[in-house]
Design a protein around this ligand. Sequence first.
Ligand code: B12
Length: 343
Amino acid sequence: MSESVDPSKDYFRAVAACDVHAASDLVLQLLDEGMPMGRIISEILAPAQVRVGQMWESGRWSVADEHVATSITEGALSALTYAGTPRRGAHTRHVAMACAEGEWHSLPARMAAAVAGATGEVRVTMLGPSLPAEQLHRRLSAGDVDVLALSCTMPTNLVGAARCIAAAHDLDIPVMVGGRAFGNGPRRAVAIGADGWAADADALLGVPPELTGRSPVIPPEVLWLHTADEAIVTSAYDQLIDALPRLASMSPYQQARTREDIGWMVRHTAAALLTQDVSIVEDLLTWLCDLLRGRVSASAIATSALLLADTIERQAPAGADILRLASAQVQLGSMELDGRAVD
Ligand code: B12
């Protein structure tokens, strides 16, 4: 195994073959050979998970295939953490790693926790997936945590992340955030009051951030969008069917998925409004275009965003503006890509 030119390929092969032993053996061997845990995670485990996501997104793997693959990597990470973390480090501080309220992607947080814990410099306690802000506050009240590390993968959970940050700030505990929901820079993190943002877990080893973030009061329009009920989705869905009658022949499964996608648009709009970052909705629409390529045109997706904007206009005018902006960008992007108008 150690003679392999590219252990990441061997690792993904083991995952695809559902071979939990081969996957764990491979990472343990790399650790034995002196590869630092951070590199094993960033060069082997994280890229494998990105690939798992691509396999699911492209329809080559089912949801069940994704779950199996993820559980294999969870096993390999557990083995690696057990073997690669000193039992008694000279801890200089205690970091609590939590996932934002609503966030079920706990593996990214576990990876970051493992990287930070491997040096023995900091003690890291992993608080698991989707922790309600009130429960986080209760845990932090014990008074033994120096820094809260908060992980968020889905932009829709940035509202929950803002609540978690406010809970930590209430106890004067600084918050460092990370995960793909924050994008490639500190902008969204600053907007929701975080004291620090980092792309990778090494940042948890440096000097802890000062308590400089300002937890925002979450505007009522954001809260309305974040908790928007089925009636909004139904209204936007009905308008979509009126505008594009051929969609009426969708199977019940496709209809349910379309309604689900409209619901995602509403909650992404809440996050975009909270962070004043329209790219959150643009990215979602672009992702939907990729996901539905060959079945639904980019122009139909842009149209559904416009119809949704009309539906929410009265209660959420700023949200409607964001949807219209993002829709125009996506329409433009798809026309540039195709070199022709669609639909
Ligand atoms: C596994 C998985 C799941 C599992 C998660 C299981 C678990 N225990 O974590 C389950 C099945 C729960 C799941 C559910 C969903 N998922 Co999912 N999931 C994934 C997948 C394939 C891998 C996630 C992972 O393990 N990443 C590990 C590494 C790669 O993550 P990372 O973010 O880069 O983390 C690193 C750094 O960011 C950093 N870091 C992370 N946190 C922190 C924190 C701090 C403080 C610091 C400093 C650093 C740091 O360290 C990490 C290690 O280097 C991703 C694909 C992907 N590209 O990530 C999709 C993906 C994230 N999921 C996706 C989707 C759509 C969903 C669902 C909506 C599906 C559905 N219809 O139900 C739900 C949403 C659930 C929810 N509400 O949270 C999409 C999101 C697309 C989008 N537009 O945002 C993705 C991108 C798949 C895809 N290609 O389309 N998912």
